[in-house]
Every structure is written in structure tokens, then in C-alpha cells.
Design a protein around this ligand. Structure first.
Ligand SMILES: Cc1ncc(COP(=O)(O)O)c(C=O)c1O
Length: 374
């Protein structure tokens, strides 16, 4: 072997990432371009079509004058606003750079190499990545009926289990775990196992048997709820999320949180957004009304749509014939509509579509109708 080649091999070996990182594939983002369409309809990332509250936008613009300042590292005003609106103790809230970051803080604070982390099949994919990097063993809990399955989780709890991660509503299905089932899970899980209850889409849910999970925190120190401003509040671009937990969970997280993990613009806009409960209700109503209309229409044209309470819906297409998911994807893209194929992390042959503005939803339904007629 030449000296150059030897040096090259040594250099490559030196640059090898940590053992767990070697097995990871990069996160795949939703597409935002459709060839030939300057202004496509992007319904691939579950963003809010109605945008942020006008009050949040005003707060965002105003904060421009203070960009030379560090943010309030104690996140006082936003925690206070969240406490008032959701009737929670602000001391038990930690905000971060998206709920994705708060989940990573939880994992870093509580999961050690060799621990087992049970991840329900349709929980957020990043939790898997953070736990893997931490050296944990990921234990997958299937969702055979396309919603979190408590028995599948409980059957996998072992003496090595440290954390359970689930999303309700889940993604990419959009179904939720009814409160009696969450109750059963919480009661059966040993108290040293942290249950991360990811409510990224919880703000959209109006079903009476849904639980936001907050009420469990005071009775069960191991339950932690994570929430985001990326979905109903329309602040995905600012990256701001939060968690609510018992002080015994919050305090270790505070020890590892970098002091300015939530930026000044995100804190200001999120505070105004959460206080604008009328805007939040408008977004929720728009979403619920469209979900009903969409379901009725899709069923009429012979498409199979999963039950959903989130701001997206998942359509399952036949595996063969003229109406496969791949063909539907091409048809929608040709019409300037960008859906999300969910080959990885969802039922095969499915497309996930975000509820959009009126004209966007109509365009999607029209395109799917012509597709099914073809
Ligand atoms: C279930 C679920 N949890 C968490 C997130 C992350 O949200 P954030 O933007 O707050 O990081 C997403 C994003 O799509 C999600 O689908």
C-alpha cells in the first residue's frame, strides 16, 4: 500500500463518528418543490396553512429592535403565559428549540448507554435518533391498529427499560390514544420509567376522551408532556417547543439546557401566540371542519383514509393497478401539489397530506378525484 493511501485510510479512520452514529441515516425532510410549478401547494410537512397569529407576528417584528440582546435565559414570560393559558405551574415548564430539542434534553438527562427506550411505532422519528446516539437500545412497539397500543408497549417493559416515547396523535396516521388507555399505561409502568407523551398535534384535538396528559404530571412523576408551536400555532420556522413535567424531571433537564436554547424572537412570538386563544380556536375549527369534508369526499371517490384528529390525513392506496400511491404521488406532483410519501415509518402505499387553506384542500380533492377517474 502506498504511503499516501495509508495516510488516507488513517485519516478516514480518525474521522469515524461515535459507534451509535455510524448506523444512522440522515433525517429526510418533506419536499418543497414540484417541477414546473413556481408556487406549488406544499402539504407535506404539517405546517399551519393559516400561519401564525397576527399578534405573534407583531411581537416578532417588535423584537427586531432587541436582537443585539441575549434572550431571557429563564424563559420567564413564555412559561408564565403557558402556565396561565393551560393552567399549569410555570416552574414545571422548560422551553426549547422545538419540541424535538426538549425531547433530546430529556433523553440526554435520563437515558444511559445500555438502557432500553421503548418507542411506539408512530412516535416522532427524532426520539429514536437521540436515544440511539445516547447508546440506548431502541425497542420498537408496533401499532397494529395504527394507534399506540398499550399492550404492545407493556409487553416490552423490562428491568432495563428507562423511557417510553409515544405520540398522541401519532404521525403519520393522526389517530390518538383514548384517555382510559393512557391511564392503563401510566398505572402499569414502573415509576422509574419516564413516559414521554408527545402532543405535537394535541392542540387540534377536540375529542372528549382525549387527554392532554397535563393532569397526570401531578400524580405521576414519570409522565412528561412535550408540546410544540410548530403546528397549530404556525411558528415552525422559529423553532419553539416546551415540556411539562414533575420538578424531579425538570430540574435535571435545566442542568443540561444551554442558557439560550430558545431564541429571543421565538420566545416573544410564542408568548403572543399562546395568549391569542381566538386565533388558536379559528385554526382548530378550520382544521376540524376540513377533516370532516375531506373524509366524506375521499370515501365517496373510493379512497381509504385512516382515522385522524391531527392536521393531516393519511390515504392508503391499492398495492397494484392504476391507483397505487406512487401513481397518486406523480399525479399530485404534476398538478403542483406536494404530498408526503410515507414509505419509511408508515403503512406502505400511503400518502400523508396536510390540511391546507380552502383553495388548497379543494385543489387536492379535485386532483385526487381526477386521479381516481382516470
Ligand atoms: C409527532 C411529532 N412530534 C414532534 C415533532 C417535532 O416538532 P418540533 O417542530 O416542535 O420540533 C413533530 C414534527 O413533525 C412530530 O410530528
Amino acid at each position: 500500500m502506498s504511503i499516501d493511501k495509508q495516510a488516507e485510510d488513517t485519516a478516514v479512520a480518525d474521522l469515524l463518528p461515535n459507534e451509535p452514529v455510524r448506523s444512522l441515516a440522515p433525517y429526510k425532510q418533506g419536499k418543497s418543490e414540484a417541477a414546473g410549478h413556481a408556487d406549488p401547494i406544499k402539504v407535506s410537512s404539517n405546517e399551519s396553512p393559516l400561519g401564525a397569529s397576527p399578534r405573534a407576528l407583531e411581537a416578532y417584528r417588535k423584537v427586531g429592535d432587541s436582537l443585539f440582546r441575549y434572550p431571557n435565559g429563564a424563559q420567564t414570560e413564555l412559561r408564565q403565559a403557558l402556565g396561565e393559558v393551560f393552567d399549569l405551574n410555570p416552574d414545571q415548564i422548560v422551553c426549547g428549540n422545538g419540541s424535538e430539542e426538549v425531547q433530546s434534553l430529556l433523553i440526554r438527562a435520563f437515558v444511559s448507554p445500555g438502557d432500553e427506550v421503548i418507542v411506539s411505532e408512530h412516535a416522532f422519528v427524532m426520539a429514536r435518533i437521540h436515544a440511539t446516539v445516547q447508546g440506548a437500545k431502541i425497542v420498537d412497539a408496533p401499532e397494529p391498529n395504527h394507534r399506540t397500543d398499550v399492550d404492545e408497549i407493556l409487553n416490552r417493559v423490562s428491568p432495563s427499560t428507562r423511557m417510553i416515547v409515544l405520540a398522541s396523535p401519532n404521525n403519520p396516521i393522526g389517530d390518538y390514544l383514548p384517555k382510559p388507555e393512557f391511564d392503563r399505561l401510566v398505572r402499569a409502568v414502573p415509576p422509574h420509567v419516564i413516559i414521554v407523551y408527545d402532543g405535537a398535534y394535541a392542540d387540534f384535538v377536540t375529542e372528549p376522551d382525549f387527554t392532554h396528559g397535563f393532569e397526570y404530571v401531578s400524580k405521576h412523576r414519570n409522565v412528561v408532556v412535550t408540546r410544540t408551536f410548530s403546528k397549530l400555532y404556525g411558528l415552525a420556522g422559529l423553532r419553539i417547543g416546551w415540556m411539562y413535567g414533575d420538578m424531579s424531571v425538570i430540574e435535571p433537564v435545566q442542568r443540561i439546557r444551554t442558557p439560550f436554547n430558545a431564541n429571543i424572537a421565538a420566545l416573544a412570538a410564542a408568548e403572543a401566540a399562546v395568549r391569542d386563544v381566538d386565533h388558536a380556536a379559528r385554526v382548530r375549527d378550520h382544521n376540524s371542519a376540513w377533516l370532516k369534508r375531506i373524509r366524506t369526499h375521499l370515501e365517496q371517490i373510493g379512497l381509504d383514509v385512516f382515522p385522524t384528529v391531527a392536521n393531516f390525513y393519511l390515504i392508503r392506496f391499492p398495492d397494484e393497478g392504476p391507483h397505487t400511491a406512487q401513481k397518486a404521488y406523480q399525479h399530485l406532483m404534476a398538478a403542483g401539489i406536494i404530498p408526503r410519501p410515507v414509505n419509511a415509518g408508515g403503512p406502505s402505499g400511503s400518502l400523508r397530506i396536510t390540511v391546507g387553506l380552502d383553495h388548497e384542500n379543494e385543489a387536492v380533492l379535485n386532483a385526487l378525484t381526477t386521479f381516481m377517474e382516470a
